[in-house]
Design a protein around this ligand. Structure first.
Ligand code: PMM
Length: 251
C-alpha cells in the first residue's frame, strides 16, 4: 500500500493551519516527506475544506506550478489535486504524473478529455458539489450502494472520454457530502469498492469524522485507520504526516 503525502499550498487549509503557504516552506516540507520515503506527493493550491470558497485559476496555478517545477528535480512522483483542466495540464507539463480531481471530472467539462490526452493516471473521487454547499448534499438511501453507483457513472464517463482502464483510480471521497456515519459505513465496506477492480485511494487523514477533538488525537486516529486499512487491498492512503503511516505499514 502506498503513502501519498499531502502538500496543500493554501493559506486556509484547516489541517495544516496554512503553515506551508509559501514556496520555500512547501518545498522544505515536501523534501521532509521525501526523506520519510513518501511514495507520491499530492500538491494542491485550492482548499476543499467544508465551506471553502474557490480560488481563481491564476492564483491556483501560481501557487502550485513553481513548487512542482522545483520538486521535479528530486524525481519524486507527484499528483496535482485540482478540479481545473488548465491547472492539471500545466502541472503535468511542469513534472507531475497523476491528476487527482476531487470532483471526478464533474467540475470542469474539459477535465476528462484533458486527462485522456495527457495519458496520465486519473483519480476520480466521489463528489456531489462544491465544498461551499456539500454538507447539504449528504443524503443517501444506502451510502455504500449510492456512492458506488455514482462512482461507476464517473468511471463510464472517464472511459468514454478516452481515459484507459489502467489509468483510472477511484476514491469514495471521505468527508465530501457525507456525515460521520456515512464515512464509517464506507470504511466498513471498503472491500466493495476494492471489488470494482480499480486501485482505491482513501483520504481520511485528520478529517472531522474521526471524532478526535485535538490535532494530536486526530493524528493518532488517522494512523490507526491506516493500520486497519493495510489489509483491505486498497492502493494508497492520502495523509498529512508521512512517517507514522510508513512505520505502521512496515510493521
Ligand atoms: N481530501 C481533500 C483534498 N483532496 N483528494 C482525494 N483524492 N481524496 C480526498 O479524500 C481528498 C482529496 C481534503 O482534505 P485536506 O484539506 O486535508 O487536504
Amino acid at each position: 500500500m502506498l503513502v501519498m503525502g499531502i502538500l496543500n499550498i493554501t493559506p486556509d487549509s484547516f489541517a495544516d493551519g496554512g503553515q506551508f503557504n509559501s514556496f520555500d516552506s512547501a518545498v522544505k516540507h515536501a523534501r521532509e516527506m521525501i526523506a520519510e520515503e513518501v511514495d507520491i506527493i499530492d500538491i494542491g493550491g485550492e482548499s476543499t475544506r467544508p465551506g471553502a470558497d474557490r480560488v481563481s485559476e491564476d492564483e491556483e496555478i501560481s501557487r502550485v506550478i513553481p513548487v512542482i517545477t522545483e520538486l521535479a528535480k528530486d524525481g519524486i512522483r507527484m499528483s496535482i489535486d485540482t478540479m481545473r483542466a488548465s491547472t492539471a495540464r500545466a502541472a503535468i507539463q511542469a513534472g507531475a504524473q497523476i491528476i487527482n480531481d476531487v470532483s471526478g471530472g464533474l467540475a470542469d467539462p474539459e477535465m476528462l478529455t484533458t486527462a485522456a490526452q495527457l495519458k496520465v493516471p486519473f483519480i476520480a473521487m466521489h463528489w456531489r458539489g462544491q465544498s461551499k454547499d456539500m454538507n447539504s448534499m449528504a443524503n443517501y438511501d444506502d451510502v455504500v450502494k449510492d456512492v458506488i453507483s455514482e462512482l461507476q457513472a464517473r468511471i463510464s464517463a472517464a472511459l468514454d472520454a478516452g481515459i484507459t482502464k489502467d489509468n483510472l483510480i477511484i476514491d469514495p471521497g471521505i468527508g465530501f457530502a457525507k456525515t460521520a456515519n456515512h464515512n464509517w459505513e464506507i470504511i466498513n465496506h471498503i472491500h466493495e469498492f476494492v471489488a470494482l477492480g480499480y486501485p482505491v485511494l482513501i483520504g481520511a487523514s485528520r478529517k472531522r469524522f474521526l471524532g478526535a477533538p485535538t490535532l494530536e488525537e486526530r493524528e493518532s486516529a488517522s494512523v490507526a485507520l491506516t493500520s486497519r486499512l493495510s489489509t483491505s487491498g486498497i492502493w494508497a492512503v492520502r495523509v498529512h504526516s508521512v512517517k507514522p503511516h510508513k512505520d505502521v505499514l512496515r510493521a
